[in-house]
Ligand binder design. Structure first.
Ligand code: PEP
Ligand code: MG
Length: 585
C-alpha cells in the first residue's frame, strides 16, 4: 500500500504521524536449525550480538530516566555479562546451531535464577528478552517486543497484551495501531493513560509494511498512509473539543503533537467554561470527576490535574509479568506512592483483577477453556485467600503510613454473598469504606442487594458491556456490540443508579463509558454520582456537565434509552442535549 486511508476504531485521542514499526514475534530456535558457521566464527557473532543488545539497552536507559532507566541498566549489564558468552561458547562447542546456543545459554541462567526465587526470579523475563533480541540480531530479523529504533514510531501489532503495553512508557512509540482490540480493550485503556493516540480494530493495518509513514487519528479512527499522510496540518476531535495538531514535518523525526487533551481546544476556544474546580452539573449537583490510574507514574501525572481523586487504581497493572508474588512491604510502598501523590483526595484501590486478559503469572490459575468466564477478579481470592489478605494488609499499612483514609473495592463480583465476603475481610483489615465493582449483569440486576452490604459500587462498563453483549472486549470485529451506548447496557446502569438513589449510596462509573462527554451526561441522568476516567478525558466531561442541569441529564438519558441500538441511542441523546446545553452567563 503506498497511499490512501484505512479505518479502525479511534480509542485514544490525538493525531500523530511517524513511520510504522511492528511488534515482531520472537524467533524460535531449535537444535535442528542448520549449523552454517564454525564454532569460532559463531562465537564472535554471539559476542557481537550480546554486546549490541547491551549497548542498545544502555542507550535507552540514558533516554528514559527514572525507574525504567534502572531496569534497563541492570538488563544491559546482564547482556554484557561474560558468563553468558562462555555458556553460549560451551553450547557451540557441543555442536549447537548459533541461535540455539544462545537460547540454551539463556535458559540455563534462567533455571538458576528461578531456583533462587524472589527478586532474582523476576529477572528471568529480562534475561529471556536479551536472548530473544540477540537471536533476532543473529538471524538478521527485527528484534522482538516494542521496537526501539531511536526515532518516533507508530507501533503496529495484531493486538497488544497488557504486558506489552506496560513497557511503552518512555519508549519511541508515539501512537498505536492494532488489527484487533475493541474500544474497552486494555490497549485502549493504557494508550489513553499514556496519552498515546491509538486506533484499534483496524484489520487493514496488517498489510502495511514496516517503515511506511502513517498519520494516526486516535479520535476518528482514520489512518492516512504514505504520501497521503504527509499532507500537512491535520485536526482531529473528540467529544466537543477540537484537538489542534502541528504540521507533519518529516518522515522519521517527531511529527505532530500527540494526544493533546480533547477539551483543551474547547477550553482555549472559549466555547465552554474553564475546566477548573470540582465536577458538577449546571444546577450545582456534585459529580466527582476522578482519575483511573495503574502505576505511580500515572498517579503523579493525574494528581497534577484537576482530578478530584482516584476512582479506580488498577493494582494489577503494577505486577503484570511478575512470576513471584510481591511481598507486603513492596505492595505497601507501591500503594503509598499513589496515596501520597493524591494528598487528601480520595483514592479507591481495586484489589487485584487477575485472570483472563490480565494474567498475573504468580497466581497460577491453570489453563481455562473460557478465561473471561473463569477464575478472575475476586474469584481468585477463593483459591488464593492469602493473596487478598496480603494485599489488604498492604493497603491498610500504606494508608497508615501516609496518614489518610483509603477506599477499597473488589472486581468481578456476581452476588451479594461474594460482596459480603469481601466486606467482612476488608473490615477485618481495618478498612471501613468498602465497595465492589458492578461488572457482571447479575450484579447489576440485583444491585440493591449488593448495595445493602457495601458502602459504594462502581460500574465497570467495559466488562459489564462485554458480559451483557456476550462479546469479547478484545475482539475488534465486535466493536459495534461493545459500544457503551448499547441501550441494554444503559438499562443495567439505570437499575444500579436507581438502587443507589433508593439507598443514598454512591454509584460510580469507572469504565471507558465515563470518558465520553455525552455518555457521561446520560450516566449522571441514570443516577451515577461520580465518574472516573483517564485524565486526558476530564476537561471535556467537565465542560459537558457544567452546561447541563440534573433534569437535562435525566431527559438525555431517557432519550438514549428510547433508542433501538447504540447509534439511535447516541443520536437521540445528542438531539436532546443540543436543545438543552447552555453555559450559565
Ligand atoms: C471495567 O471493566 O469497566 C473496568 C473499569 O475494569 P477493567 O477495564 O480494568 O477490567
Ligand atoms: Mg473490569
Amino acid at each position: 500500500m503506498t497511499g490512501g486511508t484505512i479505518r479502525g476504531l479511534g480509542v485514544s485521542p490525538g493525531v500523530v504521524g511517524a513511520p510504522l514499526a511492528r511488534l515482531a514475534p520472537p524467533v524460535r530456535t531449535s537444535p535442528a536449525d542448520p549449523v552454517t558457521e564454525s564454532p569460532e566464527g559463531a562465537l564472535a557473532r554471539v559476542e557481537w550480538a550480546l554486546g549490541a543488545v547491551a549497548a542498545q539497552m544502555a542507550e535507552r536507559a540514558d533516554r528514559v530516566g527514572g525507574v525504567a532507566a534502572e531496569i534497563l541498566i541492570t538488563t544491559s549489564a546482564m547482556a554484557a555479562d561474560p558468563s553468558l558468552v562462555s555458556a553460549a561458547a560451551e553450547q557451540l562447542r557441543a555442536g549447537q546451531p548459533t541461535g540455539h546456543a544462545v537460547t540454551l545459554a539463556v535458559e540455563g541462567f534462567c533455571a538458576q535464577l528461578e531456583a533462587h526465587g524472589g527478586y532474582l526470579a523476576e529477572r528471568v523475563t529480562d534475561l529471556r528478552d536479551i536472548g530473544a533480541r540477540a537471536v533476532a540480531l543473529l538471524a538478521g530479523v527485527p528484534m522482538p517486543g516494542v521496537p526501539a529504533p531511536g526515532h518516533p514510531v507508530v507501533l503496529a501489532a495484531r493486538d497488544l497484551s497488557p504486558a506489552d503495553t506496560a513497557t511503552l512508557a518512555g519508549s519511541d512509540v508515539v501512537a498505536l495501531l492494532t488489527e484487533e482490540g475493541g474500544p474497552t480493550s486494555h490497549t485502549a485503556i493504557l494508550a489513553k493513560s499514556l496519552g498515546l493516540p491509538a486506533v484499534v480494530g483496524c484489520p487493514a493495518s496488517a498489510e502495511l509494511p514496516d517503515g511506511e509513514f502513517v498519520l494516526v487519528d486516535g479520535s476518528t479512527g482514520e489512518v492516512r498512509v504514505g504520501p497521503d499522510a504527509m499532507g500537512g496540518v491535520r485536526t482531529g476531535s473528540v467529544g466537543n473539543g477540537p484537538v489542534g495538531t502541528g504540521p507533519v514535518t518529516s518522515a522519521t523525526g517527531p511529527v505532530t503533537s500527540a494526544a493533546e487533551p480533547a477539551a483543551t481546544g474547547l477550553v482555549k476556544s472559549g466555547t465552554g467554561p474553564a475546566a477548573t474546580g470540582p465536577g458538577r452539573t449546571r444546577d450545582g449537583r456534585p459529580v466527582a470527576l476522578l482519575s483511573n490510574v495503574g502505576t505511580a507514574a500515572d498517579a503523579r501525572a493525574a494528581a497534577g490535574s484537576e482530578a478530584e481523586g482516584v476512582g479506580l487504581f488498577r493494582t494489577e497493572f503494577l505486577f503484570l509479568g511478575r512470576r513471584t508474588q510481591p511481598g507486603v512491604d513492596e505492595q505497601t510502598e507501591a500503594y503509598a506512592e499513589v496515596l501520597r501523590a493524591f494528598g487528601n483526595r480520595p483514592v479507591v484501590v481495586r484489589t487485584l483483577d487477575a485472570g483472563s486478559d490480565k494474567p498475573l503469572p504468580f497466581l497460577r490459575l491453570g489453563a481455562e477453556e473460557n478465561p473471561a468466564l473463569g477464575v478472575r477478579g475476586l474469584r481468585t481470592a477463593i483459591r488464593y485467600p492469602e493473596t487478598l489478605a496480603d494485599q489488604l494488609t498492604a493497603v491498610t499499612k500504606a494508608a497508615h503510613s501516609v496518614g489518610r483514609p483509603v477506599k477499597v473495592m473488589a472486581p468481578m463480583v456476581a452476588t451479594s454473598a461474594e460482596a459480603e465476603h469481601f466486606v467482612v475481610i476488608a473490615r477485618e483489615h481495618g478498612l471501613d469504606d468498602v465497595g465492589v465493582m458492578i461488572e457482571v449483569p447479575a450484579a447489576a440486576l440485583r444491585a440493591g442487594e449488593l448495595l445493602d452490604v457495601v458502602d459504594f459500587v462502581s460500574i465497570g462498563t467495559n466488562d459489564l458491556g462485554q458480559y451483557t453483549m456476550a462479546a469479547d472486549r478484545a475482539a475488534g470485529a465486535l466493536g459495534h456490540l461493545l459500544d457503551p451506548w448499547q441501550p441494554a447496557l444503559l438499562d443495567l446502569v439505570a437499575l444500579v443508579g436507581a438502587a443507589g438513589r433508593a439507598r443514598g449510596k454512591p454509584v460510580g462509573v469507572c469504565g471507558e463509558a465515563a470518558s465520553d462527554p455525552l455518555l457521561a451526561a446520560v450516566l449522571v441522568g441514570l443516577g451515577v454520582t461520580s465518574l472516573s476516567m483517564a485524565p486526558v478525558a476530564r476537561p471535556a466531561v467537565f465542560a459537558e456537565l457544567r452546561g447541563l442541569a440534573t433534569e437535562d441529564c435525566a431527559a438525555i438519558a431517557e432519550a438514549a434509552r428510547s433508542g433501538v441500538g447504540a447509534d439511535q441511542a447516541r443520536d437521540r441523546a445528542r438531539t436532546v442535549r443540543d436543545e438543552r446545553w447552555s453555559v450559565r452567563p
